[in-house]
Write a protein that binds this ligand. Structure first.
Ligand code: SF4
Length: 319
């Protein structure tokens, strides 16, 4: 049985230590697909409520949102403090519970390049100054990153490990329109290629089960994403969260979620097409609380992974 090349293995081989990602959520960041810059309402599957800053640590940030045109950021000191507090709490827990030795600061929630350059620079620099931090992973949208930011990240990448995570989702523009993505596939391709040219490490997020997509389309998306040179991949099934536009479509019978069998089939085929050097960071997704509307198989991650391994075993692979 051949072990799939995972992101954990990549990090262990490169740094000779247990490296954990520390997910950070900075208040004041938002998304151009929510604030009206490119669209309103966000992607149809996105639960936007979760994107309003809601921590008690920085209450005044609740109504404050940055964008690329923001000239001033009066809350930068508070954001830096928030970063420090979150990193400290999470990294200590990861060290205690899992034996984590080194850390990658993961700017996870919101669009983490969608702010004035000086804000981004201050946050990235601060994150890299923490003990045992070997680099950054920055989740963003391809329409929300500037040449200036890319060039700065490229400089940082000479000394540290810098990743950008782009939501690719689908290479079909009709699908991207259907989910109100707010940018087209060409835009994602352009910025992934630019990031690669700048020497950065790129992780691409793929979603299987998007509205009206066939297996052939999902595999074409995988193929193109691999061809663009992504270094790592996150696979997700599309599930329906309550209080989203997709939930309304589902309730009206306009959207049918992917079945577990369909997901396993397309996932295994996509993994078989994957170049060996592309590490897998996520093989499925789900949510085990009241917010999940459908499909129910996305509730229990352990069972999902068990079924994925059973499906992979048939082709001589394991996760
Ligand atoms: S890009 Fe991300 S944060 Fe923005 S609306 Fe879509 S899913 Fe939500």
């Amino acid at each position: 049985m051949q072990q799939i090349y995972t992101y954990g293995t990549y990090l262990k081989d490169k740094f000779g230590a247990k490296v954990y990602k520390v997910g950070i959520n900075i208040s004041g960041f938002t998304c151009p697909n929510i604030d009206g810059t490119v669209a309103r309402g966000g992607c149809t599957f996105c639960e936007n409520d979760s994107f309003s800053a809601s921590t008690d640590e920085v209450k005044e940030l609740k109504s404050f949102h940055l964008n690329l045109e923001s000239k001033k950021n009066p809350y930068l000191d508070k954001q830096l403090k928030q970063l420090e507090l979150q990193f400290d709490a999470i990294s200590k827990r990861q060290a205690k519970e899992y034996g984590a030795e080194k850390f990658l600061v993961y700017f996870q929630s919101f669009t983490n390049t969608y702010a004035p350059f000086e804000t981004l620079k201050a946050l990235y620099d601060k994150a890299l100054s923490f003990d045992n931090v070997i680099g950054l992973s920055i989740g963003t949208r391809s329409d929300s990153i500037t040449e200036e930011t890319l060039s700065y990240l490229s400089e940082l990448n000479k000394e540290k490990e810098i990743w950008i995570e782009f939501g690719i989702q689908s290479v079909y523009d009709e699908t991207l329109e259907r989910i109100n993505r707010g940018h087209d596939s060409q835009n994602v391709k352009e910025w992934i290629l630019k990031s690669k040219d700048a020497g950065l490490n790129v992780c691409g997020h793929l979603i299987f089960g998007l509205p009206d997509e066939t297996q052939e389309m999902m595999l074409e998306t995988s193929k193109e994403a691999y061809e663009w040179g992504i270094d790592s991949v996150k696979y997700h099934p599309l599930y329906v969260v309550k209080k989203t536009a997709l939930a309304n479509e589902y309730m009206r019978g306009e959207f049918t979620p992917i079945t577990e069998e369909q997901y396993l089939d397309v996932l295994v085929k996509s993994i078989l097409m994957k170049p060996k050097n592309v590490s897998v960071q996520r093989i499925t997704a789900g949510i085990d609380d009241d917010s999940l509307l459908a499909p129910q198989w996305c509730r229990n991650k352990n069972i999902q992974v068990k079924h994925i391994n059973e499906a992979l075993k048939e082709v001589g692979l394991k996760y």
